[in-house]
Design a protein around this ligand. Structure first.
Ligand code: NAD
Length: 288
């Protein structure tokens, strides 16, 4: 069996086109142009690429974007002062502080400083709490992208056995929560695995939908995958042979029923969802 390839790039392009239309009608109704402000601290090459891609995507969707750069020696108070300025700026609807931050910066304090109604990454505790309670303001971008991919591919989620490997705050924990919440795109039975999980292979083999976000290249082998499972690979690693994910794609695609490629799977959806959240932030600020 060769797995169906879940084309995240194509689905993301569709979503971005939909958002472009929604932005156009929002601007014509309100005269307000949604605006995303990105903050980049230091010169991490991968972060530079991510921020550039996000700005290009904003441009294409008719969303205005700004970039605020701080040196990698920036202090906590300098970054907090910049966030305060963006929080106060009524023309700014979404604020994104690109991670990772230099080690002198306490990430949690920065995330909490962003006004929750401008927190388009949805990392602020208030937005995390709202998501957990099933009444989100914004959903975090990568998990929201995974959920959209499953829904738009017509993959049944309700009642399915889902195994998530990785418990990060930005992917593993929120996707486990979102897929087990009530309602469309939820109602699954979810197991969340991590570095202390025992018998990981056999738990992973129970999954009808297996979501992998552990940050270890090609960690998931064919022996860990149930025949016909849907496999979502969140990992991204630069190697001499190009980009690879957390899943051994060549072997697992012989066992799985459907699989996301790397690149071209989850990554493009993350950017699309950032646009979705920025438009939502602008709508909320306009009271619509
Ligand atoms: P992270 O690095 O913050 O955390 C890794 C998690 O994996 C931890 O919870 C840990 O418990 C678990 N883990 C590590 N080794 C394990 C093992 N041997 N067995 C079981 N669990 C183990 O993770 P992250 O930030 O979610 O990132 C994961 C990967 O996804 C990275 O490659 C990252 O680059 C990528 N990523 C991609 C996107 C995207 O848009 N495609 C977005 C975010 C992250």
């Amino acid at each position: 069996m060769t797995a169906k390839v879940l084309d995240g790039k194509k689905i993301a392009a569709n979503i971005r086109a939909e958002i472009g239309e929604e932005v156009e009608s929002f601007v014509s109704q309100t005269g307000i142009v949604p605006h995303l402000s990105a903050v980049l601290v230091g010169e991490n090459p991968a972060s530079e690429v991510y921020v550039r891609n996000k700005q290009r995507a904003c441009d294409e969707a008719g969303i205005a974007s700004g970039l605020h750069r701080l040196a990698d020696t920036a202090t906590q108070s300098e970054l907090l002062a910049l966030i305060d300025e963006l929080n106060q700026d009524r023309a700014v609807h979404g604020i994104l502080v690109q991670l990772p931050l230099p080690e002198q910066i306490a990430e949690a304090e920065i995330q909490e400083a962003i006004c929750p109604s401008k927190d388009v990454d949805a990392f602020h505790p208030e937005n995390v709490g709202r998501m957990v309670q099933g009444k989100p303001r914004f959903l975090p971008c990568t998990p929201q992208g995974i959920q959209q991919l499953l829904v738009r591919e017509g993959i049944e989620i309700a009642g399915r056995r889902v195994v998530v490997i990785g418990r990060s705050d930005i992917v593993g924990k929120p996707i486990a929560c979102m897929l087990s919440n009530r309602g469309t795109g939820g109602d699954a039975t979810v197991t969340l695995c991590h570095s202390k999980t025992e018998a990981l292979d056999s738990i992973a083999r129970e999954a009808e939908i297996l979501i992998v976000a552990i940050g270890q290249p090609e960690f998931v082998t064919a022996a860990m995958v149930r025949q016909g499972a849907v496999v979502i690979d969140v990992g991204i690693h630069r190697t001499d042979d190009g980009l690879v994910g957390d899943v051994d794609y060549a072997a697992v695609s012989q066992i799985a029923g459907a699989i996301t490629p790397v690149p071209g799977g989850v990554g493009p959806l993350t950017v699309a969802m950032l646009l979705r959240n920025t438009l939502r932030a602008a709508e909320l600020s306009a009271g619509s």
